[in-house]
Design a protein around this ligand. Structure first.
Ligand code: HDE
Length: 691
C-alpha cells in the first residue's frame, strides 16, 4: 500500500470499492464470546450475585453492559416509510443516455452497485406489508462519481404540490393522535378530511385507490422519480426528464380481500416474497426509463406544468426510453445495519443530474439530511458501510458523534499551506459537480402558479385509461375507505371531488355510501393513456411466482416432478401442499412438502394445481383455500382424478382459468404457465363478484 499523504484519508481510490476496514468490520472476530472491550466471558446466563439466592452485584460489568446495550438497541423509526425491506444489486446501463446526460453510471456498458429499499408510507415499522398505501422505491447508486439516490415511489404523482404541506398530509394519514387508531390505513376521517379539503390530492388518491395501492410484489411494481429533473450532457446542453422504473415481471396487484388476509396471515408478505425469490434464484428486475422533454423557459410540456408533482406526462406524448437494467439479487446480511440504517437523500446527486424548482422537491432537499441527523444520531452516518460511497471521499468534515474515521493531518480547511495544500477542489473536467447557471427571478411570494389550479383533469385521464375491472376496484376502494369515515360531511365533500373526475365513478361510490351523487363538470377532452392500465397485453414472465400443488400419499409424484421442472426452468417456485408435513414418497419418486393445509393460505400462491391421484382428499381448510383462489381469479388446475377435489370443494371446473388435463404433459404446463403470466383470469371476475 502506498504511504499515506498528510491531510489525506489513506483510501480508497476512485475505482476501489468501500474501504476494506469498513467493509469487513463484521463485529464478530474470534470464536469466543467477549465483552465490548474484548474480554472473554465464562458465562452469560447468570448474573453475579451474593450467593445463589442473593442480590445482584453492581460490580457485574457484564450484566450492566449487556442490559445497557440492549436498552439502546432501537433507533427512532422513520417518520414516514418506517416499514421497509431492501436488497442489493447491480445497475447496468445499456441505452443512449449519453445523448442527454454526462452522468457516468448512465453511460452505455457501465455497471454500478446499488442498494434498493421498498417501503410503505404510513405504517409503523411493525405494520403489515399489504395495506393500501403508496410504496417507496428508493435506489442508492454507488457510482464512481459519488452516491446518487433516486428516492421515488410506485405512483408517479403526489398528494400535494408544495412540500410545506407534507407534515399536514402525514398528520392526517397517520393514526388519530388520541387513541392511535387506525394503524397503516387511509380509511379514516382525518385522511379523507385532508384530501377533500385539498383537491390537488385527487389525482393521487385515484392511484392509491386503484390496484397500484396493493401491489402483488415489489417485483411487480413500477417506480417513478415523480419530480422533473434536469439532465446535463457533456457539452452543457440540458433537458428535463422524468425517471421511470419498468418491472420486467409486469405490473400486478393483489385483490383487496387477499391484501386483507395477508395483513393477518402473513404481515411480511412482500418482504418474504422478495427474500424468498432472491434466495430461489429469481432476482427482481426493472428497466430504467427516461421521458426526455425539452428544457423550455416555461418548463411546460404540451400544456402540462413540469414543476407540478400532481401531473404525469402520458407515455403517448413522450416515449419512455429504456437506458439500463436494475437487478436485485442479494439479500441484506443484517437488517439493522443495512435496511434500517440506509439513508437516502434527494440531494445526493452526481454531475449530469440536477433538480428543478418543483416546490415539493425543494422541501425534500432540506428534509432528508435533517431527519437523518436525529434518526441516525449525528452527522457521521455517511460512514456507515451501507451509506459509505464507493467513490473516494476526502471531505474535510471532522469530528462529531460516532466518528469512526481516524483522520490524518493538521489542516482540515481550504486553502491550506500546511497539509501540502490538500485536498484540492476539482474542475468540471476533473468531475466536479458544477451547478448549471439557471436563471432565477421573481418577487418573494407565498403562492402557486396558476397552472397548479387544475386538480381534476388528470384524475379523469387516469380513470378513463383503466379497464372495466380496474374501474370496479377503484369504486370498491373509494366506497370502502369513505365507508370507514364517520363524518357524512367528509363523505359528501369527497363525493363533490369525485363528481369533478367522472359522473359514473361518483354515482357508483355515492350509491355504496347511500348518499346522493352531486353534479360535476369533469374534463371532457381527455385522451386515455394505455400505459396507465396494468392489464398485460399478453402473458409475461413468471419468474418468482409461486405455484402450489396439492398432493397427498398416493399422488402422481412423477407428474409433480415434471411440472416442477417446467416452472422452475422459468424461475418460478413450486410448493407442495399436503395434509401433513414431511416428504411424500411413492415408488422411486419423492417430493418434499412445503406447506400443510394448516400452514398454507391461498394468498401465497399465484396458481393452485391439484395433483392426480388425490381424489377423495377433503379438508375444510383446503376447501377455503381453493375457494379463495377461485374468487381471487387465480389460475386453478388439476390433472387426472385431481379434478374431483375441485368439484368437491364447490369449484366450477368449467369456469375460465380452470385448466384440466389427464396428465402433466406439455399442453397442460404451457396453458398453466401462460395463464400465470397473465396474472389473473379476469374473465372469471363477474362470475365470482358477489359469490
Ligand atoms: Fe419522502 N421522506 N418526503 N417522499 N420519502 C422520507 O426521509 C419528505 C416524498 C420517499 O427507504 C424521510 O430518511 C418530505 C415524495 C421514500 O429510507 C423524510 C416530502 C416521494 C422514502 C421524507 C416528501 C418520497 C422517503 C423519512 C415532501 C416520492 C423512504 C425518513 C416535500 C418521489 C426512503 C427519511 C427509505 C422518506 C420527507 C415527499 C419518497 C422525512 C418533506 C414526493 C421512498 O425525510
Amino acid at each position: 500500500m502506498p504511504p499515506k499523504r498528510r491531510g489525506q484519508q489513506a483510501e480508497p481510490t476512485a475505482t476501489e470499492p468501500r474501504p476494506a476496514a469498513v467493509r469487513e468490520n463484521s463485529g464478530q472476530r474470534g470464536k469466543f464470546l467477549t465483552t465490548a472491550q474484548g474480554v472473554r466471558l465464562p458465562d452469560t446466563d447468570h448474573s453475579l450475585k451474593a450467593g445463589p439466592r442473593g442480590p445482584s452485584l453492581m460490580e457485574d460489568f457484564h450484566l450492566r453492559e449487556k442490559i445497557t446495550h440492549f436498552d439502546h438497541e432501537r433507533i427512532p423509526e422513520r417518520v414516514v416509510h418506517a416499514r421497509g425491506a431492501a436488497a442489493h444489486g447491480t445497475f447496468r446501463a445499456y441505452g443512449n443516455a449519453s445523448s442527454v446526460t454526462k452522468a457516468g453510471f448512465l453511460q452505455k456498458g457501465r455497471e454500478t452497485q446499488v442498494f434498493v429499499r421498498f417501503s410503505t408510507v404510513l405504517g409503523s415499522r411493525g405494520s403489515a406489508d399489504t395495506v393500501r398505501d403508496v410504496r417507496g422505491f428508493a435506489v442508492k447508486f454507488y457510482t464512481d462519481e459519488g452516491n446518487f439516490d433516486l428516492v421515488g415511489n410506485n405512483m408517479p404523482v403526489f398528494f400535494i404540490q408544495d412540500g410545506i404541506k407534507f407534515p399536514d398530509v402525514i398528520h392526517a394519514g397517520k393514526p388519530h393522535p388520541d387513541v392511535e387508531i387506525p394503524q397503516a390505513q387511509t380509511a379514516h376521517d382525518t385522511f379523507w378530511d385532508f384530501v377533500s379539503l385539498h383537491t390537488e390530492a385527487t389525482h393521487h388518491v385515484m392511484w392509491a385507490m386503484s390496484d397500484r395501492g396493493i401491489p402483488r410484489s415489489y417485483r411487480t411494481m413500477e417506480g417513478f422519480g415523480v419530480h422533473t429533473f434536469r439532465l446535463v450532457d457533456a457539452e452543457g446542453g440540458t433537458s428535463l426528464v422524468k425517471f421511470h422504473w419498468k418491472p420486467v415481471a409486469g405490473v400486478h396487484s393483489l385483490v383487496w380481500e387477499e391484501a386483507q388476509i395477508a395483513a393477518g396471515a402473513d404481515p411480511d408478505f412482500h418482504r418474504r416474497d422478495m427474500a424468498d425469490g432472491i434466495e430461489a434464484g429469481a432476482p427482481l428486475e426493472y428497466e430504467l426509463g427516461l421521458q426526455v422533454l425539452p428544457d423550455s423557459d416555461d418548463e411546460m410540456f404540451e400544456g402540462i406544468d413540469l414543476l407540478d408533482p400532481t401531473k404525469i406526462i402520458p407515455e403517448e406524448l413522450a416515449e419512455v426510453q429504456l437506458v439500463g437494467k436494475l437487478t436485485l439479487d442479494r439479500n441484506p446480511t443484517n437488517y439493522f445495519a443495512e435496511t434500517e440504517q440506509v439513508a437516502f437523500h434527494t440531494g445526493n446527486l452526481v454531475p449530469g443530474i440536477e433538480v428543478t424548482d418543483d416546490p415539493l422537491m425543494q422541501a425534500r432537499l432540506f428534509s432528508y439530511l435533517d431527519t437523518q441527523l436525529t434518526r441516525l444520531g449525528g452527522p457521521n452516518f455517511t460512514q456507515l458501510p451501507i451509506n459509505c460511497p464507493h467513490a473516494a471521499v476526502n471531505d474535510n468534515l471532522r469530528d462529531g458523534m460516532h466518528q469512526t474515521l481516524v483522520h490524518h493531518g493538521k489542516a482540515p480547511y481550504l486553502p491550506n499551506s500546511v497539509d501540502d495544500a490538500l485536498p484540492t477542489t476539482a474542475t468540471e473536467a476533473e468531475g466536479a459537480y458544477v451547478h448549471r447557471p439557471v436563471e432565477v427571478a421573481g418577487p418573494k411570494v407565498r403562492a402557486n402558479p396558476a397552472s397548479f389550479d387544475d386538480h381534476f383533469s388528470q384524475a379523469t385521464l387516469f380513470w378513463k385509461s383503466l379497464s372495466g375491472i380496474e374501474k370496479v376496484h377503484v369504486i370498491e376502494a373509494f366506497t370502502f375507505e369513505l365507508g370507514k369515515c364517520f363524518s357524512q360531511t367528509i363523505q359528501e365533500r369527497m363525493l363533490g371531488s369525485l363528481a369533478q373526475v367522472d359522473a359514473e365513478l361518483c354515482a357508483a361510490v355515492a350509491d355504496g355510501l347511500g348518499l346522493p351523487a352531486p353534479d360535476g363538470t369533469p374534463a371532457e377532452d381527455v385522451t386515455p393513456s394505455a400505459a396507465l392500465s396494468q392489464i398485460p397485453p399478453g402473458p409475461g414472465p413468471i419468474a418468482g411466482r409461486i405455484i402450489g400443488v396439492v398432493a397427498a400419499s398416493g399422488a402422481d409424484l412423477a407428474g409433480i416432478g415434471k411440472l416442477r421442472r417446467t416452472v422452475e426452468a422459468k424461475g418460478a417456485i413450486l410448493r407442495v401442499l399436503a395434509p401433513v408435513g414431511g416428504t411424500l414418497k411413492r415408488g422411486r419418486g419423492q417430493q418434499p412438502v412445503s406447506r400443510t393445509f394448516l400452514t398454507a393460505r391461498s394468498i401465497e400462491f399465484d396458481a393452485v394445481v391439484i395433483a392426480g391421484g388425490t381424489a377423495g382428499l377433503h379438508d375444510i381448510k383446503l376447501t377455503v383455500l381453493l375457494q379463495e383462489a377461485f374468487r381471487h381469479c387465480k389460475v386453478i388446475g388439476a390433472w387426472g382424478d385431481g379434478a374431483q377435489v375441485l368439484t368437491d370443494a364447490g369449484i366450477d371446473t368449467g369456469a375460465p382459468g380452470v385448466v384440466l388435463a389427464d396428465e402433466v404433459a406439455k399442453p397442460f404446463s404451457t396453458e398453466l404457465v401462460d395463464a400465470v403470466g397473465m396474472h389473473r383470469v379476469w374473465e372469471r371476475a363477474e362470475r365470482v363478484m358477489n359469490s
